[in-house]
Design a binder for this molecule. Structure first.
Ligand code: SAH
Length: 254
């Protein structure tokens, strides 16, 4: 008997940013797979079981979840933010593609969530108000040379840039190199936003010019947004607003 598997995004942290659809999918499931801090955000009933795993075990977690769903389970895989953004939805798809054919019979669905980039942008104002890109700075799954190429091309295209996974204890050097490269490509005056643990009690936001940015301003709970050449700051007593205007006049388009 084939069951079902839903991959659910729990948003950036606060209960207020979990969608009603995500809550309904959690309520309708019985077996939960995910990284421990995400499972800790669920209030589960007595008939619901947790299968916690470490953050680095994404494919084996996806395979375990699929095996249980293939045998009839009502399985939920949880991610922070949106599950399709550097998270479990693609890991489950990879496992389905390379797994046994019966995994293709499973009723598989993905419930979106508020990704960190959008929660952070909303807190700061509208830094992604014009064209932007998102780059994962972790070199766990790709070589540094590719990250550097993408940074160069994104800066050349004058995108605002949102960076996930900027820095971890196991690879502190990458973000030092990222900041040096960004200074070279975008100049010292370009605004950079460090937003940590947004929507939680530990939330902090700092906007500085790139010339004053230091690698230790970011950790694994931080999202970093670098503005485009059009991004500006509205200074106010209540704190700055960071935004990118929607239009680019013909003469500024380059
Ligand atoms: N699927 C998640 C992203 C997973 S990658 C999503 O859509 O948000 C993990 C990275 O997301 C972190 O290193 C950090 O860069 C960012 N992140 C996740 N939650 C965050 C939050 N509440 N505040 C700031 N950044 C966050």
């Amino acid at each position: 008997m084939t069951g079902r598997l839903v991959v659910v995004g729990l948003g950036p942290g606060s209960a207020a940013q979990v969608t009603p659809e995500a809550l309904a999918a959690v309520e309708a499931s019985e077996d939960f797979f995910g990284y421990i801090p995400y499972l800790d955000r669920l209030s589960l009933g007595p008939h619901q079981r947790r299968h916690a795993s470490d953050n680095r075990e994404e494919i084996s977690r996806a395979e375990q979840a699929l095996r249980l769903a293939a045998s009839g389970g009502k399985v939920c895989v949880v991610s922070g933010g949106d599950p399709g953004v550097f998270a479990m939805a693609a890991a489950v798809c990879e496992a389905i593609e390379s797994g046994p054919s019966e995994w293709r019979e499973i009723d598989f669905s993905v419930v979106p969530g508020v990704t960190a980039m959008l929660a952070v942008a909303a807190r700061a104002g509208a830094p992604l108000g014009h064209d932007f890109c998102a780059i994962n700075l972790s070199d766990n799954l790709k070589p540094w040379s590719l990250i550097e190429k993408r940074l160069r091309l994104a800066a050349e295209a004058d995108f605002a840039m949102a960076f996930y996974n900027p820095r971890s204890a196991s690879r502190p050097e990458g973000f030092v190199r990222t900041l040096a490269l960004l200074r070279e490509l975008c100049g010292d005056a370009r605004p950079i936003l460090f937003a940590r643990a947004v929507t939680t009690a530990q939330e902090t936001l700092h906007i500085v010019p790139l010339g004053q940015a230091r690698a230790d301003m970011a950790d694994m709970r931080t999202m970093v947004i670098v503005g485009s050449s059009r991004t500006r700051i509205i200074e106010r007593a209540r704190g700055p607003i960071l935004y990118t205007p929607r239009g680019i006049p013909d003469e500024a388009a380059g």
